[in-house]
Design a protein around this ligand. Structure first.
Ligand code: CO
Length: 134
């Protein structure tokens, strides 16, 4: 059911430093920083030949990644995003299999303007999983 790895998201305490490292040291293609006000994060996308890296930095007072960065002060892998063809049928199959969908269970429009859902990390080996309808 799951398709390509769309991106790996890394929460970073210092966005400029992380951008410089990917751009200058690793030699990657790095996007501009975009404030995603409705998601409480600033994002930078790094295009790799086979997937993307999403750098996440807290935006505003109630950022959903603030707690994660408190526990992981140097940053860390925050979630993996897998592509699915049909997010509603993927969700229904996962819920039927006992997985928990975060929030109200309805897809939201994510950072790429496509419907996304997040699955509880306790159901996936301690990994927060995002599904994106590609
Ligand atoms: Co993501």
């Amino acid at each position: 059911m799951i398709g390509r790895l769309n991106h790996v998201a890394i929460a970073v305490p210092d966005l400029e430093q992380a951008v410089a490292q990917y751009r200058d040291v690793l030699g990657a293609d790095v996007s501009e920083a975009v404030d995603q006000v409705e998601h409480g994060v600033t994002t930078v996308f790094i295009e790799l030949p086979n997937t993307k890296i999403e750098l996440l930095h807290p935006l505003g007072d109630a950022s959903p990644i603030a707690g994660f960065l408190e526990k992981n002060q140097q940053g860390g892998i925050h979630h993996l995003c897998y592509e699915v063809d049909d997010i509603i049928s993927a969700r229904d199959r996962l819920v039927a299999g006992g997985a928990r969908v975060l929030g109200d269970g309805e897809p939201k429009i994510g950072a790429h303007g496509k419907p996304v859902l997040f699955l509880h990390p306790k159901d996936f080996s301690g990994t927060l999983v995002e599904l994106e309808q590609a």
